[in-house]
Write a protein that binds this ligand. Structure first.
Ligand SMILES: Cc1cc2nc3c(=O)[nH]c(=O)nc-3n(C[C@H](O)[C@H](O)[C@H](O)COP(=O)(O)OP(=O)(O)OC[C@H]3O[C@@H](n4cnc5c(N)ncnc54)[C@H](O)[C@@H]3O)c2cc1C
Length: 369
């Protein structure tokens, strides 16, 4: 199967328009999601034999998925987050699930299912309990994107033996969904809410993989490259908006503004180069040492974060107060990007990667050229 990238490129303006319209009320982008579904975005990351677009663990898979996520991010970071969560779930099931579970997930996708990965715990962390009635899930998942739209979801839970397990669960009975995190200032279209599990009954068939698989390296860290690819799309879009608005206002020729345009382009390309490097080592991780995969992706995370923060500052300085007016798309883009760049434990991520590469060089990634 070849993926229709041109059609995806063509619908970016539509995704952006919906994101802007829905922002104030934090409405989920159902129209954009349906468009992406029709283009095959939600099935592209399935294993090739189950209807995916690329052979697993190949340069084509790395560059294809990068291009897909980046294009969705250019149209809408919120929708990009939702797609990224879906792809993460597909990846985890294909890596750790049984053949039957992989087939069931492919059937979910063919049936229009949107998947998500809900890991971040709320005030009461999710627990898998053995009760007289069988296994049940009790506790909360916070910052759960696509809440109210995702089913099934992949969730992590602590067991009574203090291990972490991963389960594929139908979100419905036994769950109470709070569809949005009140007051989240950016990424308001991602449907980021909370799910309270109030005794959801599960069986051993719901378990994906073994105890500890979710946290297993290098896959645990490597998966972050997909969020970078979406963020990259947002960085590129904001850079384009900066250039276009400066030109439209006749301000692009001022030397200081030219310098901003140049710096934004450099930052966007830097984000691209690091994301591509991370995509290659993460996708073809069997060719690299596990520590190299983890540390490369972790450095890339920080590089993309830095690039995003720089472009936000350049856009706000270059466009001035107009970048703070709600009707200007730059205002929402900066809010969405700033919010999306908040990923877990950035300090630890940088320090661990730096420690790994203090006495060794980064691995070559020519395959990504
Ligand atoms: C739009 C959006 C959608 C999301 N969707 C999902 C989802 O679908 N599923 C899901 O599971 N999660 C989701 N999340 C949550 C996400 O995965 C992260 O948990 C969250 O973004 C972490 O952000 P944070 O800045 O609070 O991280 P933190 O890790 O709390 O970092 C904040 C700061 O504290 C520092 N820090 C961290 N730990 C320590 C420590 N022990 N001691 C000292 N300093 C420390 C960090 O380095 C950083 O400087 C989403 C988040 C967003 C923004």
């Amino acid at each position: 199967m070849s993926f229709p990238f041109e059609a995806l490129e063509a619908c970016r303006a539509e995704l952006e328009a919906e994101a802007s319209t829905n922002d104030a009320q934090a409405i989920f982008p159902t129209h954009g999601l349906a468009r992406l579904q029709a283009l095959g975005v939600l099935s592209a990351a399935l294993p090739l034999a189950l209807g995916g677009a690329w052979p697993d663990a190949t340069p084509a898979a790395a560059t294809g998925l990068l291009r897909l996520l980046r294009l969705v991010g250019q149209g809408s970071l919120a929708l990009g987050r939702v797609v990224e969560g879906h792809v993460n779930a597909l990846r985890l099931v294909s890596r750790y699930g049984s053949e039957a579970q992989c087939a069931a997930v492919a059937a979910d996708v063919r049936g229009g299912g949107l998947l998500g990965v809900w890991v971040t715990d709320g005030a009461h962390p999710l627990q898998l309990e053995q009760t007289a009635q069988g296994l049940t899930l009790r506790g909360q998942k916070a910052f759960a994107s696509g809440a109210g739209h995702v089913t099934p979801a992949l969730v992590t839970a602590r067991t009574q033996a203090d291990t972490t397990v991963m389960l594929r669960v139908a979100v419905g009975q036994g769950c109470v969904i709070h569809p949005s995190v009140g007051g989240l200032c950016g990424m308001r279209g991602a449907g980021t809410g909370q799910c309270d599990f109030v005794g959801l009954a599960v069986t051993p068939e719901n378990l994906i993989g073994q105890d500890g698989d979710y946290l297993r390296q290098p896959e645990f860290s490597a998966g972050a490259w997909r969020a970078m690819a979406v963020a990259l799309g947002g960085i590129e879009r904001l850079t384009t908006v900066l250039r276009a608005q400066l030109a439209a206002r006749g301000r692009a020729q001022a030397p200081a503004q030219l310098a901003r345009i140049g710096r934004a382009l450099i930052a966007a390309q830097t984000a691209m180069d690091w994301t591509r490097r991370a995509a290659v080592v993460a996708t073809m991780q069997d060719r690299y040492e596990a520590g190299d995969v983890t540390a490369t992706v972790n450095l890339a995370r920080i590089a993309v974060e830095r690039a995003g923060l720089e472009v936000i500052e350049l856009a706000q300085r270059g466009l001035g107060l107009s970048a703070f007016i709600r009707t200007n798309v730059a205002e929402r883009l900066t809010r969405d990007l700033a919010t999306y760049l908040r990923q877990p434990a950035p300090d630890e991520t940088l320090c661990e990667a730096a420690a790994w590469f203090t006495q060794r060089d980064l691995p070559p990634t020519e395959a990504c050229a």
